[in-house]
Design a protein around this ligand. Structure first.
Ligand code: SF4
Length: 241
């Protein structure tokens, strides 16, 4: 797995952004995360070594734009070049997460066709309102692989109207950071049950920093948030038909 951040910085768009880690980390370094800029590693997918081979070897999964939103308005002048690199490196799997799926069709490259097969897009829905706003759009747009990310999970969510074979996976998790909002175990269990009923893969990624279970709020240090979620043993993969 390789990270590629072609641009950095973002603007808050919904309640899931309140404690955005990009803002938090930039603030620790005295930077303003609302200033969006193209990074030095913009060309990383097509960069080569001295021997002529690509720096990113074939077969890698490339976590794309994790210090911004790939569909951010400020990045419109740069995105066509980024799409072109993703197309050129058909031997890599690119994955990005967006809260701006409403912009998707207006920023597609001309040669997108039915979808670049090596681009996996995740749409974030942190509460019911965002699920109802974003998922009808997400369901309708041409993308080879689509996953739903409920992270930071801020309320119970009824995904039933949307779950179906078009969804590759649902990933859920709490919020990290010192001001994290509480994530409840019963919300997680409910989403897992919804996925099981619909035959959609489910992954409990992380607890977040404040986790409510059995009438008690647990403060969970960052280093245990992923391992504690795994220990819950909730991940679910449907049996292939
Ligand atoms: S869209 Fe993502 S990167 Fe941008 S402010 Fe919101 S949480 Fe941060």
């Amino acid at each position: 797995m390789v990270g590629w951040n072609p641009w950095h910085g973002c603007h808050k768009i919904s309640s899931g952004c309140l404690h955005c880690y990009v803002y938090r980390i930039d603030a620790q370094h005295g930077r303003d995360a609302s200033i969006v800029f193209r990074t030095q590693e913009f060309n990383l997918p097509v960069k080569k070594k001295r021997d002529g081979s690509y720096k990113i070897p074939p077969g890698e999964q490339v976590w794309t734009c994790f210090s911004s939103d790939f569909l951010l308005e400020d990045a419109d002048p740069w995105r066509d070049e980024a799409w072109a690199m993703m197309k050129k490196r058909a031997d890599l799997q690119f994955l990005f997460i967006t809260k701006r799926i409403h912009r998707f069709t207006e920023v597609l490259p001309d040669d997108w066709g039915t979808a670049y097969p090596n681009v996996h897009i995740c749409c974030t829905v942190e509460n019911q309102d965002m699920a109802e706003t974003r998922l009808p759009i997400f369901r309708s747009v041409p993308i080879a692989r689509k996953s739903i990310v409920c992270e930071p999970l801020l309320s119970s969510i009824d995904l039933r109207p949307y779950l179906g074979p078009w969804v590759h996976q649902v990933l859920v998790g709490g919020e990290s950071g010192p001001d994290a909002r509480v994530c409840r175990y019963d919300w997680i269990l409910d989403l897992k049950e919804q996925c099981r009923e619909a035959g959609v893969a489910f992954c409990f990624r992380q607890t977040g920093a404040k986790f409510y279970k059995n009438g008690k709020i647990y403060q969970i240090p960052r280093k245990y948030q992923f391992s504690q979620a795994k220990k819950a043993g909730l991940d679910f993969f449907p049996t292939p038909k």
